[in-house]
Ligand binder design. Structure first.
Ligand SMILES: [Zn+2]
Length: 182
């Protein structure tokens, strides 16, 4: 909620008083897959007597193996994908290094800040609002301490408060609220 020390305009007309309410909608976030890493305990001697093991050297877990990339093509929809496997760098025999669980799929759902929506209530001098009616899309702009927010808003309610010259308007932001430093 932002209210103090700001000047705001609706369609270029200054407003008497306003409240801007920014609502951050939570977005569900979860990791659906387990991820794996090379098993540091793995070692293997292939039929030709070549020794293979997991190295702790970053980025090069298997210095004695070559990566073989096989491209598969689905003849039905022409979709292709690559399957990587390993062979001994000397005798080319297939070797399957052991992997262990790195990060398990998150069994819970985490909430992260997502899309922001915003609404404004403005009070302006009756007459200065011009011909704004319910359903209109108007331009909104507000300034405060070297900072500007702006955007398009949908007029959802206009209320004349009794005998007063003040008119109250409720607006809902259309799309995102622009922001910039001045
Ligand atoms: Zn070998």
């Amino acid at each position: 909620m932002i209210k103090h020390n700001m000047t705001a305009w609706i369609n270029g007309k200054i407003v008497h008083e306003f409240t801007l309410n920014i609502i951050v909608e939570p977005v569900e976030f979860s990791t659906g897959f387990d991820t794996y890493k090379p098993d540091p305990a793995w070692s293997y001697t292939d039929p030709a007597g070549h020794y293979h093991a997991t190295s702790t050297e970053p980025g090069h877990p298997w210095p004695t193996l070559d990566v073989v990339r096989d491209e598969h093509i689905d003849p039905d929809d022409n979709e292709s994908w690559v399957v990587e496997s390993h062979v001994c760098s000397i005798c080319r025999v297939p070797v399957e290094p052991a992997m262990i669980l790195d990060k398990p799929a998150k069994p819970y759902v985490e909430f992260v800040p997502g899309r922001k929506s915003w609404e404004i209530t403005v009070r302006m001098i009756n007459g200065s609002a011009g011909s704004i009616s319910i359903g209109d899309i108007v331009s909104f702009r507000a300034l405060a301490e070297g900072h500007e927010v702006f955007g398009l808003a949908h007029v959802v309610m206009i209320k004349h408060s009794g005998m007063s010259a003040i008119l109250e308007m409720n607006l809902v932001g259309v799309g995102s609220l622009g922001t910039r430093d001045l």
